[in-house]
Design a protein around this ligand. Sequence first.
Ligand code: ARG
Length: 269
Amino acid sequence: MKTKAKPLFGKIWIIGALLFMSMISWMLYDILQREGAIGRYDDIIVMGTNAGFKPFEYKNGNEIVGFDVDIAKEIAKKTNKTLKIEDMSFDGLLPALNSGQVDMVIAGMSVTPEREKNALFSKSYYSAAQRMIIKKGSSIKNKYQLEGKKIGVQLGTTGDTLASKIKGAHIAQFPTAPSVLTELNAGGVDVAILDNAPAEQYTTGFKELIVLPGSLSNEDYAIAIKLGNNKLLEQINQVIDEMKQDGRYKKLIKKYFGNDTISLQGEEK
Ligand code: ARG
């Protein structure tokens, strides 16, 4: 009897300790997850963006909508997750991706070699260009007249980088694309450099502003994902491919640009 009772007691003790330990670690895991310290609940996918960039992301009342949001919805559907959108400053997007605050950045973000050091980029979903915007009556007619001028840009964008390389230029950085145009309209800068589509859309709100013909660059918009997150990258690329093949992409172009001939990638133009 004595020899049998001892191992049984020992077993119960071990089982109890294991149960207790797993309960504690489960509770700890739950708390850390709620606090955002170790990723989020598995059923949510977070898109980081900077809403103020028509037609890609902008506010409609309190809701953030746009071309990029519609793509994000397709990605959420594909990955079986609920989409959550975090609106933040454009220059904070890649840091938010790296800290795990967001899962993907969809913000009309152009692929650049510099950014590729800090993030993975999906296949391109839109071809864009930097354009100059002036106020009626301005003496600036082309890119050769930018030297020494006061140039308005959105902070941290490719337009910002491009402007900073122009000799003697004074760069004024603004938090959003529309705020650059407000400043241009008020005469605070001589010229603005912005992406073509938002430039076209926002200038319609200002009678005096004109988008000059001629591009300063050719760029590709793509979705940024954290380095190492190859599984999500693959899923996103698949969504982009499928959307282009089955007509959903064409529908989006029509919905946001009014025709289906603009920047159709990998398809007949
Ligand atoms: N395409 C430019 C870039 O990648 C500007 C993007 C700005 N996007 C935005 N949502 N405000 O730098």
